[in-house]
Design a protein around this ligand. Structure first.
Ligand code: NZQ
Ligand code: ZN
Length: 394
């Protein structure tokens, strides 16, 4: 086992009806005035928002609301939320929703704790994260893992830059996970979530350091569970066991547990973010659209690693040559995405075949205009990124 740091301060409350714990959990943290952040209509329509507000009231807390957070949340909305939090005098920000809402809540908590700062400066690494209001989350979709992760991803509306910010201070203080809240999800959002959960582990599994035995077992077990339950959830959004396993998997897949002792790769995520930034696609769909192309471009860096993935996750023949198993593992993964109705190339994603100039622009943006490479399994520069986008461009 290689050296690592693991910090997971988020208190998890899991099970049916647990949204009723929102008030007591916030009160335990000493909160008195809670700003509840939510998305479009789903939380209001299902009655969840009212139940959360009632729970806060029942715990003797004042509450304000800030709704309308857009999927792939925008900087301007986070700025508005900061103002709302300051005007209301919020001392805790409670997200009721998915990754977009939780990330917006994290941004609001950051901005409200440091009102002098230009919010985007945190995402540009021009300003360090030093203080933040406490954040809680009532999760409504199993996907991004923001309810336990150290990240928040925002898109700047004018330049269409999609950027992640990471700091342990961004981890929520508590997360309430009631799988029944996910029963109202449309099938496409369920499967976007399945892909994202898989990818948070795959983007750690394919890395440059590969001899952490327990980390591998945890990662492979999580992947097998998500693959099996993802199939069932795709068939039936009310499959209690499948939906609850997915919810817990989503929180474990992105809190670092499945990648301890090795650097994170996350190249497919960076490739996908440019597609969401440019076209506003759902995050999970961008990941399935690029992953196969990334894998076919990179697998020869370590065929044995891909073969291990094929054997342990997809049940492929351990006696077969590693190269063959590696390629088959990639095919199996893409077949699975397709079976869930998820895209595996740009036309399936919905942007059609892009021009060479558009691909070059995506690749340039993905390098932050020449300021960075991406990936750890294989380090990718502009030419590599362009080649992967070209492979997916069909
Ligand atoms: O806005 P509403 O009406 O709530 O609808 C949402 C939204 O349209 C809907 N939805 C959520 N829960 C529902 C529901 N509809 C019916 N019933 C429910 N129970 O689902 C749609 C997608 O919601 P969103 O929050 O955008 O989904 P997700 O959790 O996939 O979050 C995606 C965002 O998280 C970022 C992504 O880049 C993207 O911006 N990520 C955040 C990460 C992090 N903070 O650690 C890591 C991830 O890799 C990811 O980058
Ligand atoms: Zn993701």
């Amino acid at each position: 086992m290689h050296a690592f740091e693991f910090y997971q301060p988020t208190a998890i409350t899991f099970g049916p009806g647990t949204e009723g714990q929102a008030g007591p959990k916030a009160a335990q943290l000493g909160a008195r005035r809670v700003l509840v952040v939510y998305g479009g209509e789903s939380a209001r329509r299902s009655g969840l928002l009212d139940r959360v507000l009632a729970s806060l009231e029942g715990a003797g807390l004042a509450s304000g609301t800030f709704g309308g957070i857009h999927p792939n949340p925008r900087l301007f909305q986070a700025r508005e939320g900061v103002q709302k939090a300051l005007d209301f005098g919020a001392d805790l920000i409670l997200a009721v929703g998915g990754g977009s809402v939780i990330d917006a809540a994290k941004a609001i908590a950051l901005g409200a704790a440091d009102p002098e700062a230009d919010l985007w400066d945190f995402w540009l690494r021009k300003r360090p994260v030093e203080r933040i209001l406490p954040v809680g989350a009532v999760l409504t979709i199993s996907a991004a893992g923001s309810e336990t992760s150290d990240s928040a991803v925002l898109t700047r509306d004018d330049t269409l830059e999609k950027r992640g910010l990471s700091s342990d201070l961004l981890r929520p203080k508590f997360a309430i996970l009631n799988p029944e809240l996910t029963y109202t999800l449309p099938p496409f959002q369920i499967t976007c979530g399945v892909v994202d959960i898989m990818m948070h582990t795959l983007d750690r599994y394919f890395t440059s350091v590969t001899d952490n035995l327990l980390t591998d077992e945890i990662a492979e077990g999580l992947l097998r569970t998500v693959i099996a339950c993802g199939r069932r959830a795709h068939e039936n959004a009310r499959d209690e066991q499948a939906m609850s396993e997915l919810m817990w998997a989503g929180s474990l897949s992105h809190n670092n547990l499945t990648g301890l002792g090795a650097p994170k790769d996350f190249a497919p995520h960076q490739l996908g973010h440019e597609l969401s930034a440019r076209f506003d696609f759902a995050h999970g769909a961008t990941l399935s659209a690029v992953w196969g192309s990334w894998a076919r471009y990179c697998w020869e860096t370590n065929p044995a690693r891909f073969a291990q993935y094929g054997v342990r996750v997809w049940g492929l023949d351990p006696a077969a040559p590693a190269e063959r198993t590696a390629r088959e593992a990639i095919d199996r993964t893409e077949d699975y995405f397709r079976a869930l109705g998820m895209p595996t190339c740009f036309t399936e994603l919905g942007c059609g075949v892009l021009t060479q100039a558009e691909l070059e622009e995506l690749a340039r943006r993905c390098t932050f205009h020449g300021q960075r490479t991406i990936g750890a399994f294989r380090v990718l520069g502009y030419e590599d990124i362009l080649a992967i986008y070209q492979l997916a461009n069909r």
